[in-house]
Design a protein around this ligand. Structure first.
Ligand code: T46
Length: 133
């Protein structure tokens, strides 16, 4: 997991951020999706991916990320369009405490593939331990 701070191009009209593969995004972007209208009190995620790598940006509002790369859970808040979190393959993620206005934009290294999900935390920890060792 790595927090990426983006360069902001601002002038008297406002601000602009550009996302480009191999400049500030560490993979070729094959898919973009966004998550919005998350109901109050709802949490999302609760899985890892076998191959997928992603950068997640809270382009509006905020939510808390719980991330485990095999060494235990780290918690942080995504609350700025000026930075994103890079989530590598074999990383467990949960998203909690969405603000009503939260919009999460996600850049993904692969097309959508349901068979790439690991939804069992114990199975994930077994696979991550092999990677960490
Ligand atoms: C992640 C967080 C931030 C698609 O049809 N295409 C897609 O590209 C995606 C991502 C999802 N879907 C379908 C599959 C489910 O029926 O949309 C529904 C919700 O997807 P999911 O349960 O995977 O959503 P989250 O919010 O739990 O997790 C997603 C990503 O899967 C995950 O990799 O990091 O957003």
């Amino acid at each position: 997991m790595e927090i990426i701070n983006f360069d902001v191009y601002g002038d008297d009209r406002g601000s602009l951020i550009s996302l480009e593969h191999f400049k500030n995004i560490p993979f070729n972007i094959k898919r973009v999706y966004y998550i919005f209208n998350t109901s109050s009190g709802v949490s999302r995620g609760f899985h890892a991916h076998i191959n997928l790598r992603q950068v997640v940006i809270a382009i509006k509002g905020k939510c808390d990320f719980h991330i485990d790369e095999g060494r235990g859970m780290e918690v942080f808040t995504l609350n700025s369009p000026c930075r994103g979190v890079y989530i590598d393959k074999l990383t467990w993620r949960e998203m909690h405490n969405f603000s009503d206005d939260c919009i999460l934009m996600v850049l993904a290294s692969e097309n959508y593939d349901p068979s790439d999900y690991i939804t069992n935390y114990e199975e994930f920890k077994g696979m991550a331990n092999v990677k960490v060792r």
